[in-house]
Design a binder for this molecule. Structure first.
Ligand SMILES: Nc1ncnc2c1ncn2[C@@H]1O[C@H](COP(=O)(O)OP(=O)(O)OP(=O)(O)O)[C@@H](O)[C@H]1O
Ligand SMILES: [Mg+2]
Length: 256
């Protein structure tokens, strides 16, 4: 109850108003209206010898369930730094970053590990698949920490590969797949844990235009199904698919 009323007062009232007034959640107060991420005055400073780099210089941001957010901006602008913070792979130098009601800056290492294993799906530009494992085995790896039965694992892997259109490639190794197919395996690996949010850093950066569009169709389909996406990209074709476009330059974020 408190979570729902808190989120109503915390949001600035613009595009949340309809859901807030249209439904009156009484029995399940926690999920629906609560933003997934809330960032306030987040900084990340890297110190090297005598030089200090302000990779993030005060970022305020809210990401809501169902958002498809792209983050564009110049090289060195802080995009990957921000994504690593959202992914609980790194901690801010100052400011707060809440995932649901967990403060990623102060949560213990065990809590961050659990969040990465259960709640966040990652997709990288270079796919990061293990070449000696099949597509199915690569996807299955993400389930290792979840302690599921063998049968449930197999079912989830098959479902994730089917969602990215690769049901018939489970036994192929990465070397036996196209670039677009490899990236789809990487997306399936992120999906299989049924995360709250999927984060992707230049997921189409290594792909030609046709494969890029193929991946964008997959991402858009996932977002249409309700998955929240945060995608860092240099490609305006990717940004055109987004529901919200952000720009990050000099460590500061702006809505486009
Ligand atoms: N581990 C690190 N140690 C020191 N400085 C770093 C580190 N990681 C990033 N930086 C610096 O922080 C700034 C932001 O880097 P970041 O990787 O977030 O940029 P980016 O927007 O992702 O760039 P690109 O588009 O080239 O991927 C850069 O000036 C970079 O040199
Ligand atoms: Mg980067």
């Amino acid at each position: 109850m408190t979570a729902a009323s808190e989120s109503i007062t915390d949001t600035t009232g613009d595009d949340m108003t309809m859901t807030d007034t249209g439904t009156a959640p009484t029995t399940e107060p926690d999920q629906p209206a609560l933003p997934i991420y809330r960032l306030a005055e987040v900084t990340r400073t890297y110190s090297q010898k005598n030089r200090v780099v302000h990779a993030l210089a005060g970022v305020d941001l809210e990401i809501r369930p169902g958002d498809f957010v792209t983050i564009q901006g110049p090289t060195g602008g802080g995009k990957s730094t921000l994504l690593q913070l959202l992914g609980a792979l790194d901690r801010p130098t100052s400011g707060t970053i809440l995932l649901g009601d967990t403060d990623l800056g102060t949560a213990g290492d065990g809590a961050l590990h659990r969040i990465r294993a259960h709640e966040i799906g990652f997709v990288f530009q270079g796919f990061n698949l293990i070449p000696t494992l099949t597509a199915g085995e690569n996807v299955d790896m993400a389930l290792e920490p979840l302690r599921l039965s063998k049968a449930e694992r197999a079912e989830r892997v098959a479902e994730a590969l089917a969602r990215v259109g690769l049901a018939d490639r489970a036994d192929h190794r990465p070397g036996e797949l196209s670039g677009g197919q490899q990236q789809r395996v990487a997306i399936a690996r992120a999906l299989v844990k049924r995360p709250r949010v999927m984060l992707a850093d230049e997921p189409t950066g290594n792909l030609d235009e046709r494969m890029r569009d193929e991946i964008l169709d997959v991402l858009q389909g996932l977002n249409d199904g309700g998955l929240t996406l945060v995608v860092v990209t240099h490609d305006s074709a990717v940004a055109r698919r987004a529901t919200r476009r952000l720009r990050l330059a000099n460590g500061r974020i702006a809505e486009l």
